[in-house]
Design a protein around this ligand. Structure first.
Ligand code: 13P
Length: 248
């Protein structure tokens, strides 16, 4: 019912030329993919990667988007600017942005609304720290992040967007959440959406897992009923590994 998405988050890796070379290697490996495939390069590689993606089944995403349309916001990039570069998805509220760059639930919400207004699909990230998991706070925390991220977003818009559950302790650590842990917490995130918008909307929102997802664990994760795809960091930087996740 929900089309799965496998999205690659290159984080602060890849020049335009390096990104285009990776796309060239990736395209033939994933041309028959049964899921939606998205690549999220850094801003500076969007132009070259977009050119390389022409006439392929891979879509372009950004790693952030500002909430204002234009103006005196040095160093920021608007949704309209991204749209003009061929961007159709934007990662919003990644834990690295929350941790290192002062991203809050409120700015995540503002960015998501700006993206939707420009016709860009937000991939909103939520996820708990290790200490929160150990203290039994995971469900309450990810529910609150989800509710806050969706504040004053209409039902019709929520049905279009994507949420990524990324436990912070699993990101870049090689310590993946078990399939059951991922499925259970994604169920909690979906429950938060259900509480706000009802069952029909909750059943349409695609919720991804992210955190050390790789060719070895992808098929077990993708077999879980709540999990609608993956947001892949490290394993998206090598064409063969990313293709193996996509063709799980
Ligand atoms: P890794 O796949 O490298 O753990 O990163 C996950 C992530 O943060 C994707 O946004």
């Amino acid at each position: 019912m929900r089309t799965p998405i496998i999205a690659g988050n290159w984080k602060m890796n890849m020049t335009g030329a390096q990104g285009a070379a990776l796309v060239k290697a990736l395209v033939p490996l994933v041309k028959d993919a049964k899921c939606e495939v998205v690549l999220c390069p850094p801003f500076t590689a969007l132009f070259d990667v977009n050119n390389a993606l022409e006439h392929t089944n891979i879509k372009l995403g950004a790693q952030n988007v500002h909430w204002e349309q234009k103006g005196a916001f040095t160093g920021e990039v608007s949704a309209e600017m991204l749209k003009a570069l061929g961007v159709s998805y934007a990662i919003i509220g990644h834990s690295e942005r929350r941790q290192y760059f002062g991203e809050t639930d409120e700015t995540v919400n503002s960015r998501a609304k700006a993206a939707l207004k420009a016709g860009i699909i937000p991939i909103i990230c939520v996820g708990e720290s290790l200490s929160q998991r150990e203290a039994g706070e995971t469900d309450a925390f990810v529910s609150r992040q989800t509710v806050n991220a969706l504040s004053s977003i209409s039902q019709a818009e929520v049905e279009k967007l994507v949420i990524a559950y990324e436990p912070i302790w699993a990101i870049g650590t090689g310590r993946t959440a078990s399939s059951e842990q991922a499925n259970e917490t994604i169920g909690v995130v979906r429950g938060a959406v259900r509480g706000l918008y009802g069952e029909e909307t909750a059943s349409k929102v695609r919720i991804l897992y992210g955190g050390s997802m790789n060719p070895k664990n992808a098929s077990a994760l993708m077999a879980m009923d709540e999990l609608d795809g993956g947001l892949i960091g490290g394993a998206s930087l090598l064409a063969e590994d990313f293709a193996a996740v996509i063709n799980f």
